[in-house]
Write a protein that binds this ligand. Structure first.
Ligand code: ADP
Length: 496
């Protein structure tokens, strides 16, 4: 019963049933056609039997039916062909006399339609023709018939000879021992055995692969995401295996991504809490000191404490703003408003904005670009943010006396923006991580100096919305160079 619930069991049973039905049908058809063939052969062989006998008996019908003479003539025939029965019929098929048999007639009238068919010109081609057997109410037999004349009453009729039919010979016990049946049965059994064996073998291998697949899918379900289906032949089952493997690959990647995102999320929460806690603790400490000492503090000390508090508040403000900006970019809430603008003008403005800071740190900040630079296509506010973040970093990580160059290089249908500094550089180990959120090369130093580790992540995200990317080259103690490209505006395409 359990077997019947499996695909193998069901396919096998259906297949075996089909084999048996087909085999039975084959035997039935071959026996029937063989019997018909034998009947046809017998009727063809005896086609003119009635005609010959009618000629031989013609003289015994002149004055009356001479039973004695006719029986004698027919006894010769029975020697050769025992079992034949002869009847004389009138025109309507009514039996007038019968010979060579016992008096056990079951019908008195023979259906004349087969007789007429037999006497037609093309009868020989249409054999076997079956006619009524007077010794049975239902049985039909092959026969031979010929017209005869009854001299005594000037009428005509038929001499109707019922042949020993193959059907009778094969009927009853006879058929079971017949050559046709035993050959057919042997053929059937061989076909069945061979078909069944090869079918079961084939289905076994087909379902075995499905079984293997089910095993793999179950393991996968239990969390073994590295499990893959052996593909083998590239038939339908193989295709299913390939499709499953693709799906498993995708799911494995998704799981990895989810794990990574989850890890990042936890790290981010930890980083945010830490970055909020330090300035808050500092603010709290200074405020408490101011409140406690109050009168005892000199004006300069009070001023210094308040300035530190303000610096921490600014840092907090900056961090919250950056987080807000990043989350809006993540949620695609701040989509860029793309418009053509002069990157040369923007670079000059941003350069000017940072000039005081550069001078304070004794750094040389310059901008370089050729004349007639084409307009670029992008969100001017967002690109200003990217430039500012990169220049801010360069200012922060370049020691006094160093230089920072913002260069614009025209390219094919684009302008490349490069922010280059002669600063401390970034090690090759850190380079792949600097765009990660909250990643700082030297954690303690950058924290104390206010770096949140979000500046590059924001820049990268903004450039992604512009179908661009942020590239970096850096050598430790020699400097870093950050670059990205912006496509030239649509109006520029029209001009060129
Ligand atoms: P942060 O606010 O800390 O500067 P960023 O995301 O802008 O955060 O930068 C991440 C890290 O990459 C920084 O902590 C710093 O270590 C390194 N970095 C960024 N720009 C430069 C640079 N121009 N020179 C050296 N290191 C840099």
């Amino acid at each position: 019963m359990k077997l019947m619930r499996t695909l193998y069991g069901r396919i096998s049973l259906t297949f075996l049933l089909l084999l048996v039905v087909m085999g039975g049908l084959q035997v039935f058809i071959s026996v029937k056609s063989s019997v018909n063939y034998v009947c046809e052969a017998s009727q063809k062989l005896n086609f003119s039997l009635a005609k010959g006998l009618a000629n031989a008996c013609a003289e015994f019908l002149r004055d009356s039916i001479d039973y004695k003479a006719i029986n004698e003539t027919m006894s010769h025939l029975q020697l050769i062909n025992p079992g034949v029965n002869a009847y004389m019929l009138d025109q309507s098929g009514k039996i007038i006399a019968h010979f060579m048999g016992e008096d056990d007639l079951k019908r008195q009238v023979i259906d004349p339609t087969p007789i007429n068919k037999f006497l037609a010109d093309d009868a020989y081609q249409k054999l076997p023709i079956f006619g009524d057997d007077p010794r049975s109410l239902t049985r039909k037999k092959v026969f031979s018939v010929a017209p005869i004349n009854f001299g005594f009453n000037q009428s005509s009729g038929y001499l109707y000879i019922v042949l020993v039919s193959a059907r009778d010979e094969l009927a009853g016990d006879g058929i079971w021992g017949s050559y046709i049946l035993s050959t057919s049965a042997l053929l059937l059994i061989t076909t069945l055995l061979f078909g069944a064996a090869s079918g079961l073998f084939l289905f076994f291998f087909l379902t075995k692969r499905l079984h293997e697949m089910t095993g793999v899918v179950k393991k996968f379900e239990k969390g073994q995401y590295t499990q893959r289906v052996p593909v083998g032949a590239e038939d339908e089952v193989g295709q299913l295996g390939i499709a499953f493997n693709h799906m498993a690959e995708t799911m494995q990647n998704i799981m990895h991504d989810l794990e990574r995102v989850d890890r990042l999320r936890r790290e981010m929460v930890a980083n945010i809490s830490h970055d909020l806690r330090s300035p808050l603790a500092s603010i709290q400490g200074y405020i408490e000191t101011v409140l406690m000492k109050d009168e005892k503090l000199s004006t300069q000390e009070r001023q210094a404490y308040l300035e530190t508090i303000l610096k921490n508040v600014n840092n907090l403000n900056r961090l919250v703003q950056q987080l807000f900006e990043l989350s809006r970019l993540d949620a695609r809430e701040s989509e860029p408003i793309m418009e053509p603008f002069s990157i040369a003008e923007l670079t000059q403005d941003v350069g000017l904005k940072f000039q005081p800071q550069a001078q304070d740190k004794n750094l040389r900040l310059t901008t370089q670009f050729p004349m007639n630079l084409p307009l670029v296509y992008g969100d001017i506010g967002m690109i200003e943010r990217v430039l500012s973040n990169l220049i801010e970093n360069a200012l922060q990580y370049t020691p006094a006396g160093g230089k920072i160059v913002v260069e614009l290089i025209p390219e094919f249908r684009a302008v490349k923006v490069v922010v280059c500094d002669s600063g401390i550089g970034i090690s090759q180990d850190d380079l792949p991580h600097i765009f990660d959120r909250f990643y700082r090369v030297e954690k303690s130093r950058t924290r104390s100096s206010g770096g949140s580790g979000l500046g590059l992540a924001i820049a990268k995200k903004i450039l992604e919305t512009h179908d661009s990317s942020l590239a970096v080259k850096s050598t430790i103690n020699a400097g870093s160079s950050f670059s990205f490209t912006l496509t030239t505006s649509k109006s520029d395409f029209n001009l060129s």
